[in-house]
Design a protein around this ligand. Structure first.
Ligand SMILES: *Cc1c(COP(=O)(O)O)cnc(C)c1O
Length: 425
């Protein structure tokens, strides 16, 4: 029997030599909806969420799904119905979560470049907290709130200056990043915030990076943040919540990140030891809730043998799966119906006219044109980063929920793309 290269995936597995999501054959879904096609397992998302919920059992904690990882409406709905809050980074994301049924008070707004219009919109929607990233933003938010006769609930994103030991493009908590307020400026910034009449200080937050696979950076960041909490509260400013951000990694290629509940058992022990165990806690996981819940199905178009390399050309590309081109990221690629026989080593590439348009390098595959492949770990930072480069329409998406397969996004047509454009008059 064929096994999936990623262990520990009860909901994405081979059954009778056919790759299935929650028991549904992916080839049947590809037949019904075409390729490239993203397929998500609802059970897999809820399992990932449950690990955090177990970790926080008995605590005053709010899980805010960082929706930039996958902001498709049907995915957001799963998390809204499970009681999650949301971490947003734009007014577009605010509109999306509200459309998905989120409770505005459980929405927090991160990001270094919030516009005045976005601030107004979020204040009027009644979101729970603005995670402010600079003193300049603090002043503008104060003005905007006063102009509406409101007070903006705020948290300041602090930069704990710890190395998350991940890819430089997804490390955010080091000096030299554009994110957050430097550790040494934090107290003064809180004092300024507390003096502004349009603001109400409610919390503190940090987010040190993404695809973190070790626990030490989290433990170090927590110590650094709690040192700041000590100092801020000693200055008479009360913090109702402490938000430790997201960033927990997933298994892409034999990665062994800590389980969410195991990690949080350790972090909570530290919080308890430092006297903050009863404080309201917030976290902002993105990738770890959805990354391994998704598969992108793609068809082999051509095999192109070469002197140095053989190419397996597929119908999905960097516009659908941008992570390899952006971060040299690895995704396992698994045939939907594995063939017996010898394998050949291929670079698996898309049709886009860029040498950076590869999905996997040096992969041993037994494939023929017309075969279907599943690109694994495609639930996070794939569809939400998809583009129309080369005028390619964005893929369709299906959410599998046991025996049901919900089409949550139809394939984008060229008419959809041209709708926003016009010839010159
Ligand atoms: C992207 C982001 C997250 C989520 O990160 P993951 O690595 O997907 O868990 C959380 N908080 C903030 C502020 C972010 O920018």
């Amino acid at each position: 029997m064929t096994t999936l290269p990623l262990p520990g995936h009860p909901h994405i597995a081979y059954q009778d030599n056919a790759l299935c999501v929650e028991g549904q054959a992916l080839s049947a879904l590809a037949q019904a909806h075409g390729t490239p096609l993203f397929v998500y397992s609802k059970a897999s998302m809820l399992d990932a969420l449950a690990a955090y919920q177990r970790g926080f059992a008995g605590r005053n904690a709010q899980i805010c799904y960082a929706m930039k990882a996958n902001s498709s409406l049907g995915v957001l709905q799963v998390f809204a119905e499970a009681g999650c809050g949301f971490d947003i980074v734009s007014s577009g994301e605010l509109e999306r979560v509200l459309a998905a049924g989120a409770v505005p008070a459980k929405v927090i707004f991160s990001g270094v470049g919030k516009t005045r219009a976005e601030m107004r919109q979020a204040l009027q929607a009644g979101i729970g907290c603005f995670n402010v990233e600079s003193t300049a933003e603090l002043e503008v938010l104060n003005e905007v709130a006063l102009s509406l006769g409101l007070r903006a609930p705020i948290s300041i994103r602090v930069n704990p200056n710890v190395d998350p030991k991940t890819h430089p493009y997804i490390s955010t908590g080091l000096k030299g990043n554009k994110f957050g307020i430097a550790h040494e400026d934090t107290l003064a910034t809180y004092q300024r915030a507390a003096s502004l009449p349009g603001l109400q200080v409610v919390g503190i937050d940090c987010h040190i990076g993404s695809q973190i696979t070790e626990e030490t950076p989290y433990l170090d960041a927590m110590d650094r943040v709690l040192d700041l909490v000590d100092a801020i509260e000693a200055a008479g400013i009360t913090l109702h919540h402490i938000d430790f951000g997201g960033g927990l990694g997933i298994n892409y290629q034999g990665d062994t990140p800590p389980e969410a509940d195991v990690l949080w058992r350790k972090l909570l022990a530290k919080l308890d030891a430092r006297g903050y165990g009863q404080r309201q806690l917030m976290i902002e996981p993105g990738r770890s809730l959805v990354g391994n819940a998704g598969v992108c199905i793609t068809e082999v178009l051509y095999l192109k043998p070469g002197e140095q390399k053989n190419f397996c050309i597929i119908d999905a590309a960097m516009n659908d799966l941008p992570r390899p081109a952006m971060y040299q990221a690895f995704h396992h690629i698994a045939p939907l119906a594995p063939r017996a026989g010898t394998t050949t080593q291929y670079d698996v590439v898309g049709p886009v006219c860029e040498s950076g348009d590869w999905i996997g390098r040096d992969r041993d595959l037994a494939v023929q044109p017309g075969d279907l492949l599943g690109v694994l770990s495609a639930g996070a930072y794939c569809m939400s980063m998809a583009s129309n480069y080369n005028s390619r329409g964005r893929a369709a998406e299906v959410l599998v929920d046991g025996p049901q397969a919900h089409l949550i996004r139809v394939r984008e047509t060229i008419a959809d793309q041209l709708r926003f454009e016009s010839r010159i008059a």
